[in-house]
Design a protein around this ligand. Structure first.
Ligand SMILES: Nc1ncnc2c1ncn2[C@@H]1O[C@H](COP(=O)(O)OP(=O)(O)O)[C@@H](O)[C@H]1O
Ligand SMILES: [Mg+2]
Length: 596
């Protein structure tokens, strides 16, 4: 930049100086010639005046002598030297009206040829003052000829001088032009340096500030206070930088808000552009896909990052055909997770194009699906459990109707079975009703303080018979004053279910120990039996509805498979906890803690 400005300046000045030099040379030459012409005209006229003076005084005129006299008078010179050596002289020639030379100051006029063809002579013969500039081969210089006619005498007076001064003038002008060029060179250097500093310094500063901003330092401003275009550029630049800074801050703020909203969503969200590059992804989807979230994820191809063909092809179709999709997809590290995926196209206002990208919203529906499954399983289980006794009842009734009723002993036997089966049905329906009642409750009703010992006594009365049949001994142990704040029937139901199991799944002459005590503000129920125990693999499932380890055995003893499930729901309703430990062949221990 600096060099450019300097060069332009230099070229301009040199051209200026040269043009001035040429013009001065031209003008000086012109004026020098005009001046010389005037001088020669006057000289010729002076000589002619002398001729006419002589004539009127009656003196005969010798033109040749006159020519020499005047030439010597005005420019004395040594005629013995060559013409070349005589740089400055005046030559006087007289010519008659036929072009014949009749007198000459420098040469022998008699040997000179006719002059009527010379330009200045021809002009003079027409009565004008003739003029010509011709190159002299002898002197190697231009000569100026002026011919003045003298009609009264019928002669032409021609005077000529060499234009020696022209050469000198050019030489002087050349020297001065050279000096001018050198001076302008110096001046230009100084001026160009100052001027370029004036322009380049602020421009450099602006470049510096711009670089700072592009490097992310948005608080940078230019400090140029000039009152010219550069100053205006600087202030416009500062306004622009300010706007940029505030817009950026606004955008960062908005981005942060969007990011925090998206990250706090309970659904996974992934947005990709039309090239399938990730524009946005929230923490939850990263967790779902097992990838590390971070700024590095943005811009990566979705196909590379999330290697799930189903989601990728859904999203691809959404972008390409501008349609939304919903699908249920199973994936996850163990392939045990079920997700519902919604894909919608992004129709950006900015890009005005249809397929600007797509968004996939991923919702974890694993638990929902599990619940759904449990519900359907429950319904089919209930149906099955109800069907079995009903089929049996109908079967016996049919048999009775088709004649068995006549055989009294058989009929009584059948009616007994029908009685047992309907009792089983009633127990089952009762259990199902209880379960659904507890399930739909957040908090139990009819809560009051109840003495534990009283409850245990009631239970003893109910179960004593069953236990005695099997020779199982029941031991109850509790403090007399211990009481619990709860629904009496619920607590009774819970304990009956557990003690009933402890009797049912016990050996002949086994024992069941029931201990209830208070510990750390909690009522602890401990039911320990000496029964068959529960094998390790069944432990996690015994609280499931209808789960029975030995279905036939359970049924024979009037079990529904809902007892432990009801227990667990009661414990949950009271925010308590239940724990079970068992040793197959030796016995089982259930421990329940309920808030007092
Ligand atoms: N005290 C126990 N000892 C051994 N097995 C038990 C005991 N309690 C429950 N079980 C097992 O857990 C299953 C589920 O119990 P429960 O829900 O009460 O159903 P059921 O109607 O069969 O008694 C029973 O079928 C039985 O196999
Ligand atoms: Mg039971």
């Amino acid at each position: 930049m600096k060099q450019k400005i300097f060069l332009y300046y230099l070229i301009l000045t040199v051209i200026g100086v040269l043009i001035t030099g040429i013009l001065i040379s031209e003008i000086s030459q012109k004026y020098y010639k005009i001046e010389l012409e005037e001088k020669l005209k006057n000289t010729a006229k002076l000589i002619q005046f002398q001729i006419s003076e002589n004539k009127s005084s009656g003196i005969a005129v010798d033109y040749n002598l006159l020519a020499r006299k005047y030439a010597d008078l005005l420019y004395p010179h040594d005629r013995s030297k060559s013409e070349e050596a005589q740089s400055n002289y005046l030559r006087v020639t007289f010519i008659d009206k036929d072009g014949k030379v009749i007198g000459e100051s420098e040469k022998d006029y008699l040997s000179m040829d006719n002059h009527s063809t010379r330009k200045e002579v021809q002009e003079a013969l027409q009565g004008k003052i003739g003029k010509d500039i011709r190159f002299s081969k002898d002197m190697k210089i231009d000569l100026l000829y002026i011919a003045v006619p003298m009609p009264s005498e019928g002669i032409i007076t021609r005077v000529s001088v060499p234009l020696t001064q022209l050469k000198n003038i050019d030489e002087v002008i050349l020297i001065y032009t050279g000096i001018g060029i050198i001076a302008s060179l110096l001046l230009t250097t100084i001026l160009a340096l100052r001027f370029s500093n004036m322009i380049i310094k602020p421009v450099n500063e602006l470049i510096e500030v711009t670089r700072g901003i592009s490097d992310g330092n948005f608080s940078r401003r230019s400090n140029i206070n000039f009152h010219d275009e550069i100053g205006e550029l600087s202030s416009t630049f500062n306004t622009m930088a300010e706007k940029l800074e505030s817009t950026l801050a606004e955008m960062t703020d908005k981005n942060m808000k969007v990011e925090s909203i998206i990250n706090s969503m309970l659904n996974g969200v992934v947005a990709v552009d039309s090239q399938f590059k990730i524009m946005l992804i929230n923490t939850l989807s990263c967790e779902m896909f097992g990838i590390k979230n971070g700024p590095g994820v943005i811009g990566i191809s979705m196909i590379e990052l999330i290697r799930n063909n189903q989601i990728n092809s859904l999203l691809k179709d959404t972008i390409e055909n501008n349609v939304s999709h919903t699908a249920e997809i199973t994936f996850g590290s163990q392939g045990d997770k079920i997700y519902r995926v919604y894909t919608t196209p992004i129709n950006s206002n900015l890009s005005k194009q249809l397929n600007a990208g797509g968004i996939a919203t991923i919702h974890d529906v694993t638990n929902l699906k599990k619940l759904e499954q449990i519900r359907t399983e429950f319904v089919s289980n209930v149906t099955h459990e109800l069907k079995t006794p009903l089929t049996s009842i109908r079967g016996f009734i049919e048999t009775l109707k088709s004649g068995a009723i006549d055989d009294k002993s058989v009929a009584v036997k059948f009616l007994d079975i029908i009685d047992i089966e309907s009792e089983r049905l009633s127990v089952l329906i009762n259990d199902i009703l209880q379960l659904s009642e507890i399930e739909n409750k957040l908090k139990d009703s009819d809560i009051a303080s109840h003495n534990i010992k009283n409850i245990l006594n009631e239970i003893y009365d109910i179960l004593e018979g069953v236990a005695a049949k099997k020779g199982v001994k029941l031991h109850f142990e509790t403090e007399d004053s211990l009481s619990i704040n709860a629904n009496r029937n619920r607590i009774k139901q819970m304990l009956i279910n557990l003690i009933d199991n402890a009797i049912k799944y016990n050996y002949e002459n086994g024992s069941v120990n029931i201990k209830v005590y208070k510990e750390e503000g909690k009522i602890v129920f401990n039911i320990k039996d000496s029964g068959i125990g529960i094998a390790e693999e069944h432990m996690p499932r015994i609280f499931e509805r209808f789960y029975r380890i030995d279905k036939g055995r359970s049924r024979n003893m009037g079990g529904t498979g809902l007892g432990l499930s009801i227990v667990k729901h009661i414990v949950n309703l009271y925010n308590g906890n239940i724990r079970v430990s068992s040793r197959p062949g030796y016995g089982t221990e259930f421990v329940i803690q309920l808030p007092a």
